[in-house]
Design a binder for this molecule. Sequence first.
Ligand SMILES: Nc1ncnc2c1ncn2[C@@H]1O[C@H](COP(=O)(O)OP(=O)(O)OP(=O)(O)O)[C@@H](O)[C@H]1O
Ligand SMILES: [Mg+2]
Length: 193
Amino acid sequence: MAEVTWEPAALSRAERWRALDLRAATVWLTGLPGSGKSTLAGAVETALVRAGRPAYRLDGDNLRHGICSGLGFSSADRDENVRRAGEIAHLFADAGVIAIVALVSPFADGRQRARELHERDGLGFIEVFLDTPLSECARRDPKHLYERARAGEVTGLTGVDAPYETPAAPELVIRPALGLERSVALVLRALAE
Ligand SMILES: Nc1ncnc2c1ncn2[C@@H]1O[C@H](COP(=O)(O)OP(=O)(O)OP(=O)(O)O)[C@@H](O)[C@H]1O
Ligand SMILES: [Mg+2]
């Protein structure tokens, strides 16, 4: 886009963070539907804010109500959904707000692009894999997605008839046996590092 130039910042990130006493990174929670992303994201957000740290949850479902409305569930639209979430998280983190993304984000490529967007720009990116077995996700099934997939009412459900690419090198792997409290503690520790 030759007609669009990049307007350089008047204020550096370092000065902003120093002046406002901020420090941020993005926490990216990936996993099957029902694996516990939104739950963990909310608990981490609450813990951080109560500790006086600006943090904000970017939940895939909520983004689809706003900035990603108009996107469906084709591969291209899922890619675009993940790309937008990555861009927004990057803006939040740059601004000094810890972004906590809760998004199935089934493809390694999309997650990698979000990571590179951050790391190229000197921002931390903590990929957290919610390694909850499909059987457990289907047992929880609060949105009845797996039930509806079984009944043939939903197609293209990640883990059922759409692929989920397991993260190869996430910063954290969270298994259900850990429980919510210890999972939050692990994410906070990873952030502190
Ligand atoms: N650590 C946990 N142990 C037991 N149950 C949990 C745990 N975390 C979440 N749950 C429960 O599992 C269900 C799914 O959790 P949640 O909605 O957070 O998943 P999700 O990954 O955000 O799903 P989706 O991709 O559909 O948005 C909920 O009913 C939640 O209460
Ligand atoms: Mg969710």
